[in-house]
Design a protein around this ligand. Sequence first.
Ligand code: 13P
Ligand code: SF4
Length: 351
Amino acid sequence: MGIDARSVEETYQLMQPKLQKLMPDFEIRAKAELAFEITKLKKARGAVILGHNYMEAALYNSVPDFVGDSLELSRKAAKTESNPIVFCGVRFMAETAKILNPDKTVLLPAAKAGCSLASSITAADVRKLRAEYPGIPIVTYINTYADVKAEVDICCTSANASKVVESLKSDTVIFLPDEYLARNVAAETGKQVFFPESLKKSALTTIGKSQQNMIAWHGRCEVHEKFSVEDITAIRKQFPDVCVLTHPECSPEVVAASDFSASTSRMVEFVKTSNAPHFLILTECSMADNIIAENPHKDILRLCSIRCPHMNEITLQDTLDCLKYDRYVVDVPKEIRDRARRSLERMLEVH
Ligand code: 13P
Ligand code: SF4
């Protein structure tokens, strides 16, 4: 992927068919100019651009060499030979690329690009849990910062969370920090969810012996927690044959009211291969735009009043400036990097 054109006009010609349903022509032309500049600079510098599925449609459909979900982009980051790596996504994703490529320069086009899940837990919180529940394996969702990854046994993404939990072969696991993902994975793996504050150590010892448990945390995705069963009910009323797709960061009630729930890339794939008359995409609205661009003859609904402000910090202009001025360089101290790398590599070994 990644447009390889010799002029702005050629870039525009390649972008236009994908974007024509999403934005006016003058906007496609303006974005094609930026995309052409970025591609020239990318080649001149030997850079690779990785783009998450949530990137806005003009960026997603022009400059990234690879697009995908967190797991796919981690695998690409682990294999790339290119340097620098420009990560069009949020900070924890760029940090992951740095951990897997300590000798390369990793650039994030925005200064912050945070994530409500990543900021919901600290390394000290994990150390406290480890001390309270010794011997219980700790899994963290990849949506965390490097210092948290450094304290756990293994990472997971929305694409492999259940597999990772099962790979641990432990009755009880600690699953951090997304409460809803934990509940959804617990339902899939037959575990019962508890929270540290409601769990006396003596109770865990008793429960732990007799059944499958998951100790979770109260982190939430500020985007997916906003989708409701009422939204789905209202849309099903208007479009009775709509097929509803949700991300597993949504509440278990929302997931249960949907027809399909999986990682962002599996949602993209599902729409491509399904013949449903209408689809409702309950995740970041830009991804629904990207699905529309890919499937112009399918009827796609989305709720664009609910957005991820962090993913939306990344623009084509920022990506150009990032390559021009080497900003913002993502660094992770060696001591943290080495331990976080083990948790990520363990995850990448789970198939
Ligand atoms: P995916 O790994 O499914 O792409 O999800 C990343 C994310 O941040 C969803 O909000
Ligand atoms: Fe984080 Fe939610 Fe944004 Fe994904 S959508 S980056 S989980 S805040």
